[in-house]
Design a protein around this ligand. Structure first.
Ligand code: ADP
Ligand code: MG
Length: 346
C-alpha cells in the first residue's frame, strides 16, 4: 500500500521522527540540562524557600523576587519550576529570560521587557514573569534604570533577579524584592540526586568515586553533574582515580604523599618534592590547597595551630588568585606547615 498520500500515515511518520529527534537530543543533552528539576518537588534542598514560593504562587501573591547564592545551587531551576507551576504548558510564552550581564546595556533590556510586557496576554490573565540572570553584573546606573523599568511594569509583570552576590545589588532594587538565599547544597542532598542520575544513566560508579565527585563538587550541583558526565564519557568506570584524573585534581595518593612530606620533611627537600610533583603531574596549587584543607581540619591538632594553618592557606589561595607566582606560593605553603610544626614543638 502506498501511504505517501495518506495524511494519517504522514502525521504518524512525523510524530515518530519527532520522537526519534527528541531521543537523539536527550542522549546528547548535557546532564545538567537533562536532569534539571522540572517541578518544585523535584528540587533537593531549600525546602523552606520552596514552601514559601508555593504558598505565594497558590495565593496569587507573588512579589518581585531576588535569588542569591553560589553557582549550581538551583536558583535558575527554582524560578523555571515556579514558571511552570504558574503557567503550566504555556509557561514559555509568559516568561522572559534575560541575561542581565550581556554587554548590550540597559536600553536593550528595557526595550525587550517593554515589548514582552506590552504584548497582549491571549489565553491567560495574570502577570507575566521576567527573569534577569546575573543581575549583579549590571552597573549601578543600569540597576537604577532597571528600578524604573520594574516600577513601570509592576501591574502586569513580576521580576526575578538572580545573582551570586547580593551585596552588588543596589539597596533600592533589593528593597523592591523578596530575597531568598540559596545555600550550597549539603553532601547528603547532593548524594541523593547524584545517585538518581547514576542509576538513570546506568553509570558504573564505585562509592569512592561518588565520594570523590562530592568532594570536588563543593556544594555546586552543576559541577557535580558535569564531572560525573565527563568522567563517564572518558572512562569505563567512575572510581576515585578516574574522577580525580578527569577533574585534573591531585590524586589521593599524591595528596597523601604531600601531607606526609609537609608534616615531617625538612623545608628544602619538601619544596623540591612538591615542586617536582606539581610540575610533572600538572597540578594547580589551588587544588592541592583545597585537598590539604579538607584533611587538616580533620587532624587532631591544637586549635591555634589549626587556625594558623587555615589562615596561611587562605592567604596563599588569595595571592594565587591575584597573580602570585606558583613557585613562591608553593614554598609559602611548605613554610606554613613548618611554622605549624614549630608551634606544636616538633
Ligand atoms: N536544588 C537542586 N536540586 C536538584 N538539582 C539541582 C539543584 N540545584 C542545582 N541542580 C542541578 O544543577 C544544575 C544547575 O542548576 P541551576 O538551577 O542552573 O543553578 P544556579 O542557577 O543556582 O547556578 C541544574 O540543571 C540541576 O541539574
Ligand atoms: Mg543560574
Amino acid at each position: 500500500m502506498d501511504v505517501s498520500n495518506d495524511p494519517a500515515a504522514k502525521a504518524m511518520d512525523s510524530d515518530a521522527a519527532a520522537r526519534a529527534l527528541a531521543l537523539a537530543a536527550s542522549s546528547t543533552l548535557p546532564w545538567v540540562e537533562k536532569y534539571r528539576p522540572s517541578s518544585l518537588d523535584e528540587l533537593v534542598a531549600h525546602e523552606d524557600i520552596v514552601s514559601i514560593l508555593t504558598t505565594l504562587i497558590e495565593s496569587n501573591k507573588l512579589p518581585h523576587l531576588l535569588f542569591y547564592g553560589p553557582p549550581g545551587t538551583g536558583k535558575t531551576s527554582t524560578i523555571l519550576a515556579c514558571a511552570r507551576k504558574l503557567y503550566g504548558p504555556t509557561f514559555s510564552s509568559m516568561t522572559l529570560e534575560l541575561n542581565a550581564s550581556d554587554d548590550r546595556g540597559i536600553d536593550v533590556v528595557r526595550d525587550q521587557i517593554k515589548e514582552f510586557a506590552g504584548t497582549k496576554r491571549l489565553f491567560s490573565s495574570g502577570v507575566k514573569l521576567v527573569i534577569l540572570d546575573e543581575a549583579d553584573a549590571m552597573t549601578s546606573d543600569a540597576q537604577f534604570a532597571l528600578r524604573r523599568v520594574i516600577e513601570r511594569h509592576t501591574r502586569h509583570t513580576r521580576f526575578c533577579l538572580i545573582c551570586n552576590y547580593v551585596g552588588k545589588i543596589i539597596p533600592a532594587l533589593q528593597s523592591r524584592c523578596t530575597r531568598f538565599r540559596f545555600a550550597p547544597l549539603r553532601p547528603d542532598q547532593i548524594r541523593s540526586r547524584l545517585a538518581h542520575v547514576i542509576a538513570s544513566e546506568k553509570v558504573d560508579a564505585t562509592p569512592a568515586g561518588e565520594q570523590a565527585i562530592l568532594n570536588l563538587g563543593q556544594g555546586d550541583m552543576r559541577r557535580v553533574l558535569n564531572l560525573l558526565q565527563s568522567t563517564h564519557m572518558a572512562h569505563v568506570k567512575v572510581d576515585e582515580d578516574t574522577v580525580y584524573l578527569t577533574a585534573g585534581a591531585p590524586l589521593v595518593s599524591d595528596v597523601d604523599a604531600a601531607q606526609q612530606w609537609l608534616m615531617t620533611g625538612n623545608i628544602r627537600d619538601v619544596v623540591n618534592l612538591m615542586q617536582n610533583m606539581t610540575v610533572t603531574k600538572g597540578y594547580a596549587i589551588g587544588d592541592m590547597i583545597t585537598e590539604l584543607t579538607l584533611r587538616i581540619i580533620k587532624l587532631d591538632m591544637p586549635p591555634t595551630v589549626l587556625a594558623h594553618l587555615l589562615e596561611a592557606l587562605s592567604d596563599i589561595e588569595h595571592r594565587m588568585a591575584f597573580g602570585g607566582t606558583e613557585q613562591l606560593q608553593l614554598a609559602a605553603l611548605v613554610g606554613a606547615f613548618i611554622i605549624a610544626r614549630h608551634m606544636m614543638g616538633s
